[in-house]
Design a protein around this ligand. Structure first.
Ligand code: TYC
Length: 112
């Protein structure tokens, strides 16, 4: 007996319940995440940086103080990791707030 071909197409045109099972891999790429970085400078007051970290990043006073000290000692620290849109918003909020108070504080973002 001749072997039946696995793929049946043209001889199955009566809409009967026969078909080809096709498995597709779910290629759902997670959106990229962005680190928000705070940079040290010699002029921005420590308490101002702590205030920013509490206000815009929802950190406790202790967490904010610790990150501020890390930036002060090491030059830079990651404040948080966010979607592109949220990271951009945080950077804008920090930069606007610093500029309004005439402090040279710098905040940037980079792809994780
Ligand atoms: N280095 C600043 C000072 O001695 C404090 C400071 C901390 C500034 C963190 C910026 O991102 C910063 N007043």
């Amino acid at each position: 007996m001749a072997a039946q071909p696995f793929f049946m197409t043209s001889d199955n045109e009566d809409d009967s319940d026969v078909g080809i099972a096709v498995k597709t891999r779910a290629r759902t790429k997670r959106p990229p995440l962005y680190k928000v970085l705070l940079l040290n400078d010699d002029y921005t007051p420590m308490e101002f940086v702590v205030q920013i970290l509490e206000q815009f990043f929802g950190l406790t006073h202790a967490q904010a103080f610790e990150i501020m000290l890390t930036v002060h000692k090491k030059g830079v620290a990651v404040v948080g990791v966010f979607s592109h849109e949220i990271a951009e918003t945080k950077v804008t909020q920090v930069m606007d707030f610093a500029r309004r108070h005439q402090h040279p504080l710098q905040c940037t973002m980079e792809k994780e």
